[in-house]
Design a protein around this ligand. Structure first.
Ligand code: GLP
Length: 240
């Protein structure tokens, strides 16, 4: 695990975007794994800028998102489908038929299996970006007793519902379930980038970089991966 400490959020975003740019330039047909949450927004902004400057193209890219809520439609502005189009896909030349976000509108178990099948058929994920929840979750893999292998349906923990309530009108509107890539799905990506920003993430960053590797702090598993870059700003690194 390589830890890069950047001076602020914008620098963190640029470093993460540069890794994506290098990936796309060296392999235009890359399979990219994307994440939602406020942390990667700056990374996507940088990627859109690079696209508009003619530095990168998403024409050959296939994308897979980490997760999606259950119980809201894709047109809801809080869906991760909406988020990704709003922050990235609508502004670059990605082919919509190559965009994959868990479809939570039908049979969830079938979708979980099909999502794994689609990732495999695409040749696996070359580069995956993840944010981190306050409780150490990646995607929506909440702290639990074991590392879950594949894409699965999860019940969100109260702490996650509370953290995500800021995006909704009221806490009652926050979905309580989601479909998420499993820890195994994320670990199978060839490269992983974890981004974290702000003082509020400092303790969990310390736990996952220096603490015990445990499914109770799901992101700690990334220390077993052979190509992980943790990109943090100074505030998120303040307890390292
Ligand atoms: C959600 C997402 C995670 C994300 C987390 C942290 O729960 N499912 O993928 O990492 O939020 O979000 P933020 O970056 O806004 O702190």
């Amino acid at each position: 695990m390589v830890v890069k400490i950047c001076k602020d959020y914008d620098a963190m975003s640029r470093v993460a975007a540069n890794i994506f740019a290098a990936q796309i330039i060296t392999k235009p047909g890359s399979v990219l794994g994307f994440a939602t949450g406020s942390t990667p927004e700056g990374t996507y902004k940088e990627l859109v800028k690079m696209y508009k400057e003619g530095l990168i193209s998403f024409k050959g890219v296939t994308s897979f998102n980490l997760d999606e809520y259950v119980g809201i439609t894709r047109s809801n502005d809080q869906s991760y489908y909406y988020f990704m189009h709003h922050h990235l896909f609508d502004h670059v030349d990605i082919n919509e038929s190559n965009v994959n976000i868990p479809n939570t509108g039908g049979n969830l178990q079938d979708e979980c299996m099909d999502y794994e099948r689609r990732i495999k058929a695409a040749g696996g994920i070359d580069l995956q970006i993840v944010g981190i929840g306050n409780n150490g979750h990646i995607g929506f893999n909440e702290p639990c007793d074991n590392f879950v292998e594949n894409t699965n349906v999860v019940e969100l923990q109260q702490r996650t519902i509370e953290a995500n309530a800021r995006f909704f009108d009221s806490i009652e509107d926050v979905p309580t379930k989601a479909v998420t890539m499993g820890i195994g799905t994320i670990m199978r990506a060839k490269k992983v980038v974890l981004v974290a920003s702000g003082e509020g993430k400092a303790d969990i960053i310390r736990d996952i970089v220096k603490g015990k590797i445990t499914p109770m702090a799901p992101a700690s598993v990334l220390r077993f991966h052979n190509d992980v870059t943790v990109i943090v700003d100074r505030a998120a690194a303040s307890m390292l």
